[in-house]
Design a protein around this ligand. Structure first.
Ligand code: AHR
Length: 336
């Protein structure tokens, strides 16, 4: 897995690159405000987004676009529709267009070395955002701006302890896990963090009885949960790697004649508005926040990288956890 070290010098510079066409769903938004640099060329950022699979992702996209505009950058934005080959084409296109900086949220962790080497050869710095990559060559990207997903998994397990206590659940706990996209950093690391706590503190009482990917989508969560309920009708707990899969699962649980949040206790990750609505209705028991509003931090880092400044190797996001009894008060203040 990725070795994330603190503090590394940013590689900076722009050079010529070959030409390649990008994938579908590309959108170039030129900002309206000035860069404030006395009329010199505006910074051009090429950004390859994972897709639009979840409420989290929509909030993240909005944050990136609004912050680029606010910073006065020219943003070349592309939605990869959850396909790695689309992201690779988009990155190649940004190299060909000689953008100043490339940022992307990698759909999966592996398979990036070749295209990242092309960016390095073209002297275009790469900033990862949200998700990490697995590479032996740490010089292939400058920094990661995003959450600690392993810790989110640990926090989910710790908050489940409180949920079980609040519900008065005693004895064995049969857990169903809805995993995110197979091979994606948040899916791998949330599962890892959760298991870490389970192995350390709940070897004898907790058991993951079923675990499968729902691809971070509502439809996936609903379909997989329906199958889980067929094979394991006595599930006590659902740990869903995001709110959207949790919300899809709630529909499947209700369709099976059970009460989400009561018959099956539910812990999810993200903290999008719809997740908080479900929690305020008593259908989700706890949410581990994963903040998608990464745009402002990303733009700040992109500018530093362009200016040749040193940046931290991993710029982590601050997050909180929420129990059901906090949902109603927290809901009106949620920003995404
Ligand atoms: O990478 C962040 C994850 O991706 C979010 O938790 C999930 O909702 C999204 O699709």
């Amino acid at each position: 897995m990725l070795n994330r070290r603190n503090f590394l010098t940013a590689a900076v510079g722009v050079a010529a690159a070959g030409g390649l066409a990008a994938c579908a769903k590309e959108d170039d938004s030129s900002s309206t405000s000035s860069s404030g640099d006395g009329g010199s060329k505006k910074l051009t950022l090429g950004f390859s987004q994972v897709g639009s699979e979840s409420g989290w992702r929509s909030a993240n996209t909005d944050s990136v676009k609004a912050s680029a505009k606010e910073a006065g950058y020219t943003l070349k934005f592309s939605d990869a529709q959850q396909k790695q080959e689309n992201q690779i084409s988009a990155i190649r296109s940004y190299i060909a267009q000689k953008v100043d900086v490339i940022a992307f949220s990698p759909v999966v962790v592996t398979g990036w070395d070749a295209v990242l080497k092309e960016a390095k050869t073209a002297k275009i710095p790469v900033v990862l955002t949200d998700r990490s990559v697995d590479t032996a060559d740490e010089s292939l990207y400058v920094t990661l701006v995003g959450s600690d997903f392993t810790d989110e998994g640990r926090r989910a397990a710790k908050i489940l302890e409180k949920v079980l206590e609040t519900a008065g659940h005693k004895g064995a706990v049969k857990i169903a896990q809805l995993e995110g996209t197979t091979g994606a950093a948040p899916a791998i690391e949330r599962a890892k963090g959760f298991k870490e706590v389970m192995d350390a503190d709940h070897k004898d009482d907790w058991k993951i009885v079923v675990s499968q990917t729902g691809d971070f989508t509502r439809a996936g969560g609903k379909q997989v949960m329906a199958a889980f309920l067929q094979s394991n009708p006595d599930i006590d707990v659902l740990f869903a790697h995001n709110d959207d899969m949790g919300i899809g699962a709630i529909q499947a649980i209700e369709a099976a004649g059970k009460k989400p949040g009561k018959d099956i206790l539910i812990v999810t990750v993200d903290g999008v508005k719809d997740g908080f609505v479900a929690m305020s209705e008593g259908k989700i028991n706890a949410i581990v926040e994963c903040n998608p509003l990464l745009g402002p931090q990303l733009m700040e880092v992109v500018q530093k990288v362009k200016d040749g400044e040193t940046v931290e190797r991993w710029i982590k996001t601050k997050e909180s956890d929420f129990m059901q009894d906090q949902a109603k008060d927290a809901l009106p203040t949620r920003k995404y």
